[in-house]
Design a protein around this ligand. Structure first.
Ligand code: URA
Length: 434
């Protein structure tokens, strides 16, 4: 096979067959195909797209570039959840121990934050001692012993994706549905799962702002999962305003712990419940879904989900005392309250603007290899539908560098839209794709 001919075929809008895609991916992973040819191929895919079959072949080739975990000797279901990324989304930290407490296994391989969206690994690393870079043998041992473990991608998992994602990042080819789908699903399906629930975000703070784009992405992800033998469902959920009240790594860990204690914000608790119940009842009948909801509520109410979280933290080298002592988490030195300039009802809290403000404080990173400040962030005092008096706090900024505050203050004031009339909070779940 000739690489230039395959690039030309895609450039001219023709579909590639499975063996051609496998040839490109295995050749690139092994270093036989250079970056410049793969970059041209990615750009051809960016412009011409891929049909469902090609996307499936691409995912399979990327998945098979590395190890696929085998947890078949464990007695329960092996399940995971993946979110396409949002602002204030700390649900993974709640869902992994929650679903494990309900009797399943959750071998979760997560990512770091990039741009205005946060990442699970950055949040976990705010827990003193917590180790996210475990070798696969240790990961497996924690999953077996505790029921859940959360680590970062390793060299063994989908190495083709690691190389391709770095290339796409610098060649303006990230925003392509087939490339995104193959990237996400090659990593998730390497976990050796029985079932996967996807949380595809839509709205101002989402990767795919429009409902149509989010639905297309969800359908493509679900088709790949099911096509490669893992039962997959997607919920399309609102990301117009941040999820919960905390945005920023250590602040979000604190809010996740509150949610595991049953005292988290209502939207975080509701989304965790819905996603977890879906995970536990993937081949859903209404009775099974309701049974799963009951076992989820019981796992929170009994304290077993919190206990699982503590066990996971300890097994991964972290200090479980953070559960009762949030002062052990990193804390920003300074705080400032942003007050409302008018009276009314909150019509919008622009998630993208809050995410950008949090990033400007140092909570997020512009480039994959940049470092972050785990202690900084924003606590929202008001969310959509709340009434606010003039001079009342809209949000509180936790920061370390005063020089960054001025621009953040105006960004946050602009993020809040205040309306004279009463406003209903938007529905959290906007659709289901199965
Ligand atoms: N997340 C991924 O893992 N891959 C993409 O291509 C985009 C988001």
């Amino acid at each position: 096979m000739n690489v230039a001919e395959l690039i030309l075929k895609k450039r001219d809008g023709f579909a590639l067959v499975g063996s051609e895609i496998a040839f490109l991916i295995s050749g690139y992973t092994a270093g036989r195909i250079p970056d410049y040819q793969m970059a041209a191929f990615c750009m051809a895919v960016f412009h011409r797209g891929m049909n469902a079959e090609e996307t499936l072949f691409l995912t399979r080739a990327m998945l098979e570039s590395g190890s696929v975990l085998d947890f078949s000797s464990l007695p329960g279901l092996k399940l995971d959840k993946h979110s396409t990324g949002g602002v204030g989304d700390k649900t993974s930290l709640v869902i992994a121990p929650l679903v494990a407490a309900a009797g399943a296994y959750v071998p979760m391989i997560s990512g770091r934050g990039l741009g205005f969206t946060g990442g699970t690994l950055d949040k976990l690393e705010t827990i003193p001692g917590f180790e996210v870079q475990l070798p696969l043998s240790r990961f497996r041992a924690v999953v077996e012993q505790v029921g859940c473990a959360m680590i970062g991608q390793t060299d063994e998992i989908a190495p083709a994706d690691r190389k391709l994602y770095a290339l796409r990042d610098v060649t303006a080819t990230v925003e392509s549905i087939p490339l995104i789908c193959a990237s996400i699903m090659s990593k998730k399906l390497a976990e050796g799962l029985d079932g996967l629930v996807l949380d595809v975000k839509t709205g101002a703070g989402a990767f795919m702002p429009s409902l149509q784009q989010a639905s297309d992405l969800a359908q493509s992800l679900v088709d790949i999962g099911n096509g490669l033998g893992t039962q997959t469902v997607a919920l399309i959920t609102d990301m117009n305003q941040p999820l919960g009240r905390a945005v920023g790594n250590a602040l979000e860990v604190q809010e996740a712990i509150q949610t595991l204690k049953g005292s988290g914000p209502q939207d975080v608790a509701l989304l965790c419940e819905k996603l977890s119940a879906r995970m536990l009842s993937l081949d859903v009948t209404a009775t099974e879904f309701n049974r799963a909801r009951t076992s989820i509520a019981e796992a929170i109410g009994s304290g077993r989900a919190l206990e699982k979280f503590a066990q996971m933290v300890e097994a991964q080298g972290g200090d479980p005392r953070v559960i009762d002592n949030p002062a052990l988490l990193p804390r920003a030195a300074l705080q400032e309250v942003i007050e409302s300039k008018s009276e009314g009802f909150v019509l919008g809290v622009n998630a993208r603007a809050v995410g950008r403000a949090s990033m400007a404080l140092g909570a997020g990173r512009e480039r994959v290899d940049a470092s972050i400040d785990p202690s900084v962030g924003i606590l929202l005092n008001k969310k959509i539908g709340d009434h606010v008096e003039k001079g009342e706090p809209l949000c509180t900024v936790f920061y370390n560098q005063a020089a960054r505050l001025e621009s953040v203050r105006s960004q946050l004031l602009e993020a809040f839209v205040i309306n004279a009339n009463r406003v209903e909070p938007p529905p959290l779940i906007k659709g289901v794709v199965e």
